[in-house]
Design a protein around this ligand. Structure first.
Ligand code: GLC
Length: 730
């Protein structure tokens, strides 16, 4: 009653002084939304449901340029220019020339940094340091806001287990829990404590849902996902991020067993809006509504628009279908005005929460004050350091011995800058990137004699550079071979039929091996690679991933020993392309994995499992201890292990805790990651790691309707090479 009276008073005051309620900063957001929607015409409402583009679109996968004349009342623009002044000019038109002065929401793909590009998401997960990811995302958000962007189309949290798919680079790997934890960390970095904070941007969870299951790793293709797998594997990251407050989601290009994600009422409304009560909005992916025609579920644009809107897609990215058809569909009573109002309210809610009605303009700073601040680059470098994975290190090849004098630096990645940026780095500049070679020069100045030869290109057949490379290598003590992928070989529409490196790169290593010198292989790539032939040739292998601007020095630090590598794989490296899909949490099967039924011609084991990563020190795990061998469903079980650094140098150890359920009413995965923690341990010291198991959270499984089921019986905890049994009782 008191609120009602307060509201009545506010409305009375407003009307008596002429300012409409929705413009009153002190009024509750919901009151402002309701007041504004009531004032809007149908045309104004429909404009809010559309997104066009502003600036030069360099994304070759997204065909279409900006409209010649942008309607002042447009709901959103994808903003391609990193220029707050131009953004403010267009925003001023919306605020001052449109009848109601509704601010435009400017969105952009800020995926792993805006201008201070940091490691790709797949690499970030290998750091097992979500807090550091949050810090880097906060930097990205600030640079985005200072460039006129209020909303980023990130994080991508599509669980992916087929590394032929180029977009595996953009997510956090093969595991639902890992994608959930890093997705939440990213949302926190972008959205800050609240959306209206000066440097917060709205996050956008994508691509909802199941995009990582595109058949054969081919982008945009059908995804056959059972209801069981949907709930067990693909939904958990989205549920976690929605509960963390993610403002928006983006509907995916794929179908879910025949029902396109962009016309899927079950996922878009039943689950997202009804079960999870998400009160933000869903934007389609680029032209995804029109693509419903190609997917065979709409005969024309009008039907496509109808299906997407009724399913629960509030905003139409780029294909103009809502703009052209919604008014007619309302007139034909195929779309109720109540649904239009609710959809508009969801979009306005995000704009109000961002503070755009009250602060519609971006602060304009000089470029030098907007980007690449020293502390931003330092954070990027730390994330690179922690995401580097030491895959192999025989005969203590690494770190380099103090006695080392001559290092040959060979390969197409050695002095490359552009490709270290990775995919989705539109505002990144190659000139901002520190190359591997530049990092080596700084780290080993006056300590090592570096010699360089490119040897060959990333692909092609030209071996004419081999002789020079062999000569340079022959005069050195150790050969550092820097190989990998071009940044265009991963990301969108970048699927590859094989995850092996092009033959020219492998041939270069084989040629260098003839010198008899130790070979250290450094890889910069956006997906797991087929290394089966290189693994036996290289004495050490470092996975650098695509580090962004800070690549050279962190890598050089690992080579010199200044940095003790602590990364562990967030995705399995299959032995060969033919082994795909192979991932750690495959379901238990009738003939135990690795025993029978796999390939006759190759091993069943992948080359490197999820969680693999070496250190320069040794960590010894005590026998893990359970607080009890038996617990009830309403009790917690504490498991702890003491890890001792038994080596000579300090190091960071991420302990990954898994559970398995050997006998349930459905076959459960071989094991499931449920918790992880990373700590630094000085040489000779020890740390206790503890995992508090909550049965419903950690031991239950979901059925095909999303219902969580907790069954009694035996369970196992897996930690390092230990497997401990306990019983759950009623
Ligand atoms: C693209 C991508 C999506 C991106 C959007 C806007 O097609 O699928 O990830 O956010 O279009 O660039």
């Amino acid at each position: 009653m008191k609120n009602l009276l307060l509201l009545l008073f506010i409305v009375l005051v407003q009307y008596s002084f002429g300012q409409p309620l929705y413009k009153d900063k002190k009024a509750p957001v919901e009151s402002r939304i309701n007041d504004l929607v009531k004032r809007m015409t149908l045309e104004e409402k429909i404009l809010q449901l559309n997104q066009y583009t502003l600036g030069i679109n360099r994304n070759v996968n997204n065909i279409g340029e900006e409209l010649k004349s942008l309607p002042a009342g447009i709901g959103s623009l994808i903003y391609f220019n990193a220029d707050p002044v131009k953004r403010n000019d267009v925003q001023r038109k919306a605020m001052e020339e449109s009848r109601l002065g509704i601010p435009i929401l400017f969105g952009f793909d800020v995926i792993h940094g805006f201008r201070t590009i940091y490691p790709i998401s797949l690499a970030q997960a290998c750091s097992w340091n979500p807090a550091l990811v949050t810090q880097n995302c906060s930097v990205a958000a600030k640079e985005a806001v200072l460039s006129g962007v209020d909303w980023t189309f990130s994080p991508m949290i599509d669980v992916a287990r087929d590394p032929r798919w180029g977009r595996v680079a953009e997510g956090y790997g093969e595991d639902p829990y890992t994608n959930a934890v890093f997705g939440v960390a990213t949302v926190k970095g972008y959205q800050g404590k609240k959306l209206s904070d000066p440097y917060s941007v709205a996050a956008c969870l994508k691509h909802y849902i199941g995009y990582g299951m595109s058949e054969g790793g081919r982008d945009y293709r059908s995804a056959d996902i059972s209801a069981q797998s949907l709930w067990e594997t693909y939904i958990p990251p989205y549920e976690a991020c929605v509960k963390a407050g993610a403002a928006t989601l983006m509907s995916a290009f794929n179908d879910i067993s025949g029902v396109p994600a962009t016309a899927n009422r079950y996922t878009l409304t039943e689950i997202l809006k009804k079960r999870w009560a998400h009160d933000g909005f869903v934007v389609s992916d680029w032209n995804a509504i029109e693509q419903l025609i190609a997917q065979g579920v709409a005969k024309d644009k009008k039907e496509a628009g109808l299906k997407a809107f009724l399913a629960g897609v509030e905003m139409d990215m780029k294909d103009n279908i809502y703009f052209e058809n919604l008014k007619q569909l309302v007139a034909e009573k195929k779309i109720p005005m109540s649904l239009v109002d609710e959809s508009v309210a969801r979009i306005l809610r995000v704009k109000f929460r961002l503070g755009l009605f009250d602060e519609p303009y971006a602060t304009v700073l000089d470029e030098k004050d907007r980007y690449l601040q020293p502390e931003s680059k330092a954070l990027a470098a730390r994330l690179t350091e922690e995401s580097i994975v030491l895959l192999k290190n025989t005969n203590k090849t690494l770190p380099f011995a103090a006695s080392l004098q001559k290092l040959a630096v060979i390969g197409p990645m050695a002095k490359d800058k552009e490709n270290l940026l990775g995919s989705w780095a539109q505002n990144g500049k190659a000139t901002d990137v520190e190359s591997i070679y530049e990092g080596l020069e700084k780290e080993f100045k006056n300590k090592l004699q570096l010699s360089y030869a490119k040897g060959g290109d990333f692909d092609g057949l030209d071996e004419s550079g081999f002789q020079e490379a062999i000569a340079v290598a022959g005069q050195s003590d150790v050969i550092l071979v820097c190989l990998g992928e071009k940044n265009s070989w991963s990301g969108e529409s970048a699927s590859r039929s094989t995850i092996a490196l092009p033959g020219i790169q492998e041939k270069l290593v084989v040629a260098l091996k003839k010198t008899g010198k130790p070979i250290v292989l450094v890889l910069s790539n956006g997906r797991p690679l087929e290394l089966v032939r290189l693994e036996s040739i290289a004495d050490a292998i470092i996975e650098l991933w695509q580090p962004g601007v800070a690549g050279g020095t962190p890598l050089a630090g690992v080579l010199s020993g200044r940095v003790n590598p602590s990364g562990k794989l967030s995705i399995t490296f299959p032995l060969t392309t033919g082994q795909i899909p192979t991932y750690y949490n495959m379901r238990q099967s009738s003939r135990p994995f690795g025993k029978m039924g796999d390939y006759q011609d190759i091993s069943t084991e992948p080359l490197y499992w999820f969680g693999h990563g070496l250190s320069y020190t040794t960590f010894t795990y005590s026998s893990a201890k359970l607080s009890s061998a038996r617990i009830k469903k309403n009790q917690q079980l504490t498991v702890e292990v003491t890890v001792t650094n038994t080596g000579a140098v300090k190091g960071k150890e991420a302990v990954l805790w898994y559970i398995s359920d050997p006998a349930a009413s459905i076959s459960r995965p071989m094991k499931e990651l449920k918790f992880f923690e990373k700590k630094e341990i000085n040489a000779g010291e020890k740390m206790v790691y503890r995992f508090e198991i909550d049965p419903m959270r950690d031991l239950s499984f979901t059925d095909a309707t999303g219902k969580r089921i907790l069954e009694t019986g035996d369970f196992f905890i897996h930690i390092n090479d230990q497997k401990l049994k306990f019983e759950l009782t009623d």
